[in-house]
Design a protein around this ligand. Structure first.
Ligand SMILES: [Fe+2]
Length: 203
């Protein structure tokens, strides 16, 4: 269980200045996070909460060292491609049109492109590219299924969904943590990796 007060705004492990070993990118990562803060009121907050939710799952699933650092950075930057989604689409209160949906969906590929242009390590770029794949193979952009999807992305997916469900949206109220956990449980094996779901729910 992840009480919201525990999640909100806390990054217990990652210190960009001290822990990111690729010094060339430190400024770039900080710049991207700054851009996300100013572009959309919750893009940065959502990313930080997702990062915080990922850490205990990643550790319990055996990620350590560089792999743990990479998943934190990927979680922080998973939606960086939304910097290229126009605000009138990103903040639209109602249903998106088909074309608008395609523009939003392109953020995973655009995010990967942004991070590759900054020479971030491949696992981070791959996680950002694949964070909207589905365990049953019906996600995007590549229709990967099961363990074809990087483990880091399968972890980010659940944290991403949980945070989205438990936050207010212009078109719906936030779910309770219990309701979100119920939905995630119900989507185990469909959207989400059952092993990662069990890890999340047993916290
Ligand atoms: Fe996303």
């Amino acid at each position: 269980m992840f009480p919201r007060d525990h999640v909100r705004g806390k990054l217990p492990l990652l210190n960009l200045q001290e822990e990111v070993p690729f010094t060339l990118q430190q400024g770039s990562v900080a710049d991207l996070l700054g851009s996300m803060s100013s572009y959309n009121h919750d893009l940065r907050g959502h990313s930080e909460r997702v990062c915080t939710l990922c850490i205990p799952m990643a550790m319990r699933l055996g990620l350590a060292g560089k792999r743990l650092l990479y998943i934190q950075l990927a979680a922080l930057l998973h939606d960086v491609g939304k910097l290229d989604v126009p605000p009138h689409i990103l903040d639209k209160p109602g249903m998106l049109s088909f074309q608008e949906t395609l523009v939003v969906q392109d953020h995973s590929l655009r995010g990967e492109q942004i991070l590759r242009s900054l020479s971030l390590p491949d696992p981070i770029c791959q996680t950002v590219r694949t964070h909207h794949e589905r365990f049953d193979g019906r996600g995007y952009p590549d229709g990967l299924a099961g363990e074809e999807i990087p483990l880091a992305a399968r972890i980010v997916q659940i944290a991403d969904a949980y945070d989205a469900m438990t936050e207010d949206r212009p078109y719906r109220a936030a779910m309770t943590p219990e309701a979100a956990r119920f939905w995630i449980s119900g989507l185990s094996g469909v959207y989400f990796d059952p092993v990662v779901v069990d890890c999340f729910l047993s916290e």
